[in-house]
Ligand binder design. Sequence first.
Ligand SMILES: [Zn+2]
Length: 104
Amino acid sequence: MNNAELKIKLEEELDVVSQELADLGVEDIDHTATEPDELADRMEAAEESAGETAVLSARRKEITAALARMADGTYGICEECGEKIEEDRLEANPAARTCRAHME
Ligand SMILES: [Zn+2]
């Protein structure tokens, strides 16, 4: 898989993640709930979606950072050791910032 193909994968994932974030965004807490139980349920649901939003936002950041590295020519280079990131690792996660030896 070459960089052009990886870029397509990144852009496709960016679309999916952005769409999911947009979908979560419409689920604002409804403060019109008057029953304490009902309000608690809604708060719980809001907390869950907040967690999901955080995960998706982090992923979106990784993807846009990878696309930025593609633009400036540093894509596919491990941030820790400066070596090339394994191709199969990039295929599994095109947004990877480190080689296998320096995975978090
Ligand atoms: Zn490394």
